[in-house]
Design a protein around this ligand. Structure first.
Ligand code: NAD
Length: 366
């Protein structure tokens, strides 16, 4: 296992995409851990890709924690905003989670991906680079979100960070792979310790409405049918949000070491990890448990007939039957593997979903 080389106490941590699903949960956890004098700066442009009320609710919760928390509503693609932020707060750890997410949306809205994922990330890298100007200690660790999408339609499972990922099948995936390449170049050129995290389908309370489990829930509540591809025989890695956050925090505490190579130049302090469950779940089991937990939470009636509301359909072209993460490097380096069961994770989602269904935003977005 790697030894921690960064303590979070006393640090100023920048989290981009802080009103987002993973970002808000990360900030909450950073404060819950009780580090001394930890200061967290969050930035988010509150895009309307999905119900902004969920983002404002998350921010309200962060505000109520009452610790050293500063939120800036701003766009990471705006160079002046990001320069000003780095100049004013001098973050020592940066976690870049702001991005235009989603695979399908990138077909109709490519601009949003180039702006947030490419230009936005470039601005973050540039500020990390200049954080060392005049001999300042600057950014000690940059973490950034990549995605399991970089594996495209690779056939070999489990997906390993050693696999070739040069054939993205969406612009979203191409931007995430580009982020890894850009980070590598900046780590090499400017000795920025950087770690890319390839997340595998994250779910949980106040999660993203654009994701399948959320859409399924909306449909079931509305009495509609859900389509389950490959007759439910697809197997996927579903990762509970708390496990993702635990993984991010562990990785945060160990910045890749700066070293000098035989040529006298920096060896890039650069790492990429998969963060997923490494335990693929059958899609039909996933939706069956989801439906049971929605019944238990009182969202669906006790006598709900699931058979009538599900339609088992063939595979969609381009779909891969089994995808999951090889998380051996994460386990070896950080002694961690996600452990939340689907039942426990979906129960927590269903219990949150009850309150969401009763809120006005659900009625307007249904
Ligand atoms: N949730 C998953 O299953 C999953 C899987 C793989 C990768 N990821 C990646 O993890 C990161 C976080 O994902 P999430 O699920 O929390 O998504 P999210 O959409 O809930 O959060 C992203 C946040 O970034 C903000 N944002 C977008 N563009 C911005 C910009 N230009 N400037 C400032 N803020 C901006 C959005 O308003 C949003 O609140 C993203 O980079 C995403 O691509 C997520």
């Amino acid at each position: 296992m790697l030894k921690d080389n960064l303590t979070l106490s006393g640090k100023t941590i920048l989290v981009t995409g802080a009103a987002g699903f993973i970002g808000a949960n990360l900030v909450k956890r950073l404060f819950a851990e009780g580090h001394d004098s930890i200061k967290v700066i969050g930035i988010d442009s509150i895009t309307d890709y999905y119900d902004v009320n969920i983002k404002y609710e998350r921010l309200k919760e962060l505000e109520s924690i009452g610790q050293d928390w500063t939120f800036i509503k701003g766009n990471i693609a705006d160079k002046a905003t990001i320069s000003e932020l780095f100049r004013k707060y001098r973050p020592q750890i940066v976690v870049n989670l702001a991005a235009q997410a989603g695979v399908r949306y990138s077909i109709t809205n490519p601009d949003a991906y180039i702006e947030s994922n490419i230009i936005g990330f470039y601005n973050i890298l540039e500020e990390c680079r200049h954080s060392y100007d005049d001999g300042s200690e600057g950014v000690q660790h940059l973490l950034y979100a990549s995605s399991s999408s970089v594996y495209g339609s690779n056939k070999k499972v489990p997906y390993s960070t050693d696999d070739k990922v040069d054939n993205p099948v969406s612009l979203y995936a191409a931007t995430k792979k580009s982020n890894e390449l850009m980070a590598h170049a900046y780590s090499k050129l400017y000795d920025i310790p950087s770690t890319g995290l390839r997340f595998f389908t994250v779910y949980g309370p106040a999660g993203r409405p654009d994701m399948a489990y959320f859409g399924f829930s909306n449909k079931l509540v509305a009495g509609k049918k859900i389509q389950i591809f490959n007759y439910g025989n697809c197997r996927r890695d579903f990762t509970y949000i708390d496990d993702i956050v635990e993984g991010v925090i562990r990785v945060m505490r160990h910045a890749p070491e700066r070293k000098t190579g035989d040529d006298g130049l920096p060896v890039p302090p650069y790492k990429v990890y998969n963060i997923g469950n490494s335990h693929p779940e059958n899609l039909l089991d996933f939706v069956t448990i989801l439906q049971e937990e929605l019944v238990a939470a009182g969202v669906l009636p006790q006598n709900y007939n699931f058979e009538d509301h599900r339609e088992l359909v063939p595979m969609q072209p381009g779909d891969v039957p089994v995808t999951y993460a090889d998380t051996t490097p994460l386990e070896t380096d950080f002694g961690f593997r996600p452990s939340t069961s689907l039942r426990d994770g979906l129960r927590k989602f269903a219990q949150w979903y009850v309150t969401y269904c009763n809120s006005s935003s659900f009625t307007t977005n249904k």
